[in-house]
Design a protein around this ligand. Structure first.
Ligand code: AMP
Ligand code: ZN
Length: 120
């Protein structure tokens, strides 16, 4: 999608701190981290919502999730992490390209998903 920020990051048109890339997804650092470690795992295919997913998209998303589990220790998430997908208006989704938030590197008891951890 031409006006999608994550598509532009995937294409390298907007810079990002990239930790991983394969044929299905990239993992980057969130620009406004809500925890000590905050990554975005972004499937390369553009679609907005769970409910937009085709069967093939679902299979590929499953592969991405398995890979995230494998990569977690190398991302500093060996003690656990929170896995969040914001879907739609009530979840205040702001980027309309499906993505998974990986939050960790700390106890998440007081983690406020909408508050930048660096400004707390
Ligand atoms: P959501 O609110 O679930 O749609 O999440 C969008 C996330 O993308 C937010 O946590 C933003 O901080 C993050 N974000 C927006 N622009 C960028 C960018 N250029 N690089 C990295 N993360 C970004
Ligand atoms: Zn996109």
């Amino acid at each position: 999608m031409d006006d999608c920020i994550f598509c532009k990051i995937i294409k390298g048109e907007i810079p990002s701190k990239k930790f991983y890339e394969d044929e299905l997804m990239i993992i980057i650092e969130d620009i406004s981290p809500k925890a000590e470690k905050h990554y975005l795992a972004i499937p390369k295919k553009h679609y907005k919502l769970f409910t937009d997913m085709t069967e093939e998209d679902g299979i590929n998303l499953g592969k991405c999730i398995r890979k995230i589990g494998e990569l977690a220790p190398s991302l500093g998430l060996e003690n656990g992490f929170r896995f969040v997908i914001n879907q739609g208006d009530d979840a205040e989704q702001t980027v309309f390209h499906l993505h998974m938030h990986l939050l960790g590197g700390q106890k998440l008891t007081s983690c406020d998903f909408r508050k930048n951890a660096k400004k707390q």
